[in-house]
Design a protein around this ligand. Sequence first.
Ligand code: PEP
Ligand code: MN
Length: 335
Amino acid sequence: MLIVMRTDATREQVDAVCALVRELGGDPRPQLDPQPAVAVGGLQIPLPVERIGRLDGVAECIDDATAPRLVGRGRRPQRTVVRVKGESIGAGGLAIIAGPCAVESREQVLRTAEAVAACGVKWFRGGAFKPRTSPYAFQGLGEEGLRLLEEVSSRFNLRIVTEAKDVASLGAVGQVADVIQIGSRNMYNYSLLEAAGRLNRPVLLKRGMSATVHEWFSSAEYLLAAGNGDVILCERGIRTFETVTRNTLDLAGAILARERTHLPVVADPSHAVGVAAAVPAAALAAAAAGLDGVMIEVHPDPRAALSDGPQAVEPETFVRLVERLRRVHAAASGH
Ligand code: PEP
Ligand code: MN
């Protein structure tokens, strides 16, 4: 269990929590950074959460009921940092992942990658295998799309995030992806999660469009239980009664996911909002909320996009957004 203290908790309040834990037969390990907390080891029996919660300065008790055992912070207070080729997600910076919804052509993907890399962004997204709602819609370039992503990676030194649509495409995607994306529609695909969990590649796990935060945690638990600890959670909007936006960005759910698990959490305002004009403000809100990154769809000619054009921002808008994201992140993290 991890007893998270309020940020303004005093040393005496932390000491009082430790004293109670000791009295109950546990082994308290206080920590002050990044937030005061007391990790509890050495106990076979559950702690009386309500009694601890009544002590001054206690914010939250995180145990296996708050989040599953492997993804929850209860047993692992230190945060997971996903590292790829000298860059990291979850180490305190704001990772910006950008690129088109789908890889459509060599020209489209290279133009986008050039614009993305020119503003110092290190992560490129683009789907080669696209899970589409309609069987008649563009399904992605498949293997040919992966070859184009390889070219992007080597020409622009960008780390590639691309989706594995099913177990069949996982092997090929895993050869090219620096981070394998598991999409919203596949969050409940437990065979895909188990197979991706056996690979030695980071996974970006999108929240199912109708999944609760706890179901999302459970899917992440599948990856960790299969042996893959390099998992990034991605909030991409949930389906609600609202239709003015494509989905509803559940920023509060993402904030709590970061609070209750040790995994990095990023937001995808493009799919959450679905309207290009509103994507920058939603991305800035995610940065202000202290999330570990944002994933933004960028297209050189959104009107001609073969998927998700209405939510794609143009490169010029993206460049300005990156500057603002950096300023907001710096202000929010006190740097
Ligand atoms: C995507 O990232 O283009 C995508 C298909 O996202 P989601 O799985 O969140 O719908
Ligand atoms: Mn998309």
